[in-house]
Design a protein. Sequence first.
Length: 334
Amino acid sequence: MNEENKNEILDDSSSLSEEEEKELADSPKEEPIEASDEQIESLLNESLPLPPSKKGDSLSIYLHSIGCYPLLSKEEETALALEIANGNKENATKEEKNKAELAKTTLINSNLRLVVSIAKHYQGRGVPLLDLIQEGNIGLYKAAEKFDSSKGNRFSTYAHFWITQAVSKAVAELSRPIKVPLHKSIELAKIKKVETDLEEKLGRVPTIEEIANDLGDISQDEVETILSLPTSIIDLDQPVGEDKDGELSEFIPSNDDSISSNIDQEDVLETVKKGLSYLPDREKKVIEKIYGLNKEDPMSLEAIGKEMGISRERVRQIKEQALLRMKKGLDREK
């Protein structure tokens, strides 16, 4: 879409304010899709998949759950928009504020299918569909807060721009290669394992709090931050060894003279397992317990220390010494 067409759409179709136009213009990096009122109506009416016969994945469950919300007429949208506007007034009563929140929820729920339909157009660009939907829902929420029915537009037409804005921005930002330190990648692997175990145990997706409580040594904020990291890129310049005098790029053997700057997380973990053969039993035991190897659950340094009768700091020293020994052993194989 060229700049002239983009401005024309914003001016004629969405009736955005100058402030809103500036926010849209400054933010998206990925070219958003265009749609007419008829196309948006078609997107809203797209059929959703039937519920899975067995325990389904999170996406299937979500798609089925949002199918129960009915679509709204233009008159219903206008009435809801007025309730939201009344609740946003400075002198609004508690009852008006409550009605506004209920109206906003109704407006959002009835357009969740639009988010899914738009998000599907951005699949295959490095961001999972569920993440795209989540970002699109944020755009939908913003649209519900800003919508002004007096300008004569359908809410779905207005929301389309905010949803595509949010999704295209996510594609532009989240699909960029990001280097993740090794220790964060290992922590991510531990968190994912606990998350999977809890989901099987509870029969639902566990909360951040439940994951953090099960891990024991990682706070809720840390869990949330680490889960937001990409899983496939690792920084090979991460220092290893007790004196931090080695780098992971030296720890990973290579058949070539040059070593790639990025490596898949699974390759790193496989190399760690291979390096265990160079360790004495005590160091091997510590590494296995820290990283949850041999089908064991990952353990914190403190828990390992209690089990082995040594301090947390001593466990950390053993870990660093073991990593350095593994690096040197693998170096000899090059």
